[in-house]
Design a protein around this ligand. Structure first.
Ligand SMILES: C[S@@+](CC[C@H](N)C(=O)[O-])C[C@H]1O[C@@H](n2cnc3c(N)ncnc32)[C@H](O)[C@@H]1O
Ligand SMILES: COc1ccc(-c2cc(=O)c3c(O)c(O)c(O)cc3o2)cc1
Length: 357
């Protein structure tokens, strides 16, 4: 029997509807994946396998972690299905659990995962629609609506959150962003005798930069509550203050994950302070941030950039991810005469260098 093109398109629609009846549950239970991963971090499953040094049976794991074998089995079954741990057969047991590259990341990236999945950070996500509606009348701040203060004042008033935040961002810098920057763009630090990291958090980034580029002295500039609780690093001087008031003087200024949290007017104020801090002819500004490009071929990277853009909506009044053209316009308005945008292969941010001459 001949199938007409109309019949085949109905068949396709039917198949898509059947598929949608399954797919919808991915969204209904979307929170579950992060919750089970958080549970694995809190139980320290990955650390136990790491210190054991070889695959572990369920009974070894449940005694090491002091938890229920039957419940742990169900948690591990879920995580093995998602490819986070591996299940294999050993001479000792038909089932033993071992690491995958992702389960190793559970240990190194635990601080950021615990930060982003903390009740404090999750609460504003539940009010996104209110933000989208309210924005017609003016920019609301969902974090402030949930907690009574903007995120920086909240961190200043809550030392435990301040530590969680700075350790979360610090591990992201150490594990993912800094190795990528140093791997592909280390040359941009040649000839830079001093670098001010504006909004540098607890100084993790600068400590790694000055170690990799020992000719450079680092000034880690952040809010007083952040630098006052940060550890000391050789070659790094902590300075407390606000980038809206001034930026400490240096040969070059570095901004990582800062400007996307602010609107153009606020960025221009910060960048003008920065221009005053660096030498007129030789100074440069290095920005590590997202450049939004919907034509990005790596679907996972595009997915993270789009998610960060929504994250900014939940946390800041007018933060947003900018396209290359928007970055170039912003820098021009702030008085910079040229900029170079360099994508870094395989990671979320790009490097944007701005020059006055
Ligand atoms: C998203 S974190 C980025 C931290 C770091 N650059 C990194 O990438 O790991 C933003 C930082 O900006 C800092 N910050 C916020 N307002 C500031 C201000 N007015 N002056 C200086 N730093 C500020 C925060 O304390 C926080 O450490
Ligand atoms: C995959 O690479 C990345 C993951 C997360 C981030 C990131 C950027 C931020 O600016 C940011 C932030 O401002 C924030 O308040 C937060 O809690 C997390 C955060 O993560 C960048 C790249």
């Amino acid at each position: 029997m001949e199938i007409t093109s109309k019949e085949s398109s109905w068949k396709k629609e039917e198949e898509e509807e059947e598929e949608a009846k399954i797919q919808i549950y991915k969204y209904i239970f979307g929170f579950a994946e992060a919750a089970v991963i958080k549970c694995a971090i809190e139980l320290q499953i990955a650390d136990a396998i790491e210190s054991h040094g070889s695959p572990m049976t369920l009974s070894q794991l449940s005694s090491a972690l002091n938890c229920s074998p039957s419940l742990l089995f169900r948690i591990l079954r879920f995580l093995v299905h998602r490819g986070i741990f591996k299940q294999q057969t050993t001479t000792e047991s038909p089932i033993a659990y071992s690491h995958t590259p992702l389960s190793r990341m559970l240990t190194t990236m635990a601080p950021l995962l615990l930060l982003e999945n903390s009740p404090t950070m999750v609460a504003p996500w539940h009010n996104l629609s209110a933000k989208v509606k309210a924005d017609a009348a003016g920019h609301s701040n969902l974090f402030e609506a949930a907690h009574g203060k903007d995120i920086w004042s909240y961190a200043a008033a809550n030392p435990a959150f301040n530590t969680l935040f700075n350790e979360g961002l610090g591990c992201n810098a150490r594990v993912v962003t800094l190795p990528a920057i140093l791997g592909s763009c280390r040359d941009m630090f040649n000839g830079v005798g001093s670098l001010v990291d504006v909004g540098g958090g607890n100084g993790t980034t600068l400590s790694l930069l000055v170690k990799a580029c020992p000719w450079m002295k680092g000034i880690n500039f952040d809010l007083p509550n952040v630098v006052n609780t940060s550890q000391e690093y050789e070659g790094v001087q902590h300075v407390g203050g606000s980038m809206f008031d001034y930026v400490p003087k240096a040969d070059a200024a570095f901004f990582m994950w800062i400007l996307h949290a602010w609107d153009d007017e606020e960025c221009i104020k910060i960048l003008k302070n920065c221009k005053e801090a660096i030498p007129e002819n030789t100074g440069k500004v290095i920005i590590v941030d997202t450049v939004m490009d919907e034509k990005e071929e790596n679907k996972m990277l595009l997915d993270i950039r789009l998610t960060l853009d929504i994250m900014l909506m939940t946390r800041f009044r007018k933060g947003r991810e900018r396209t290359g053209e928007e970055w170039a316009n912003l820098l021009k308005k702030a008085g910079f005469s040229r900029c170079i945008i360099t994508p870094i292969v395989g990671v979320v941010p790009s490097i944007i260098q701005a020059f006055s001459s």
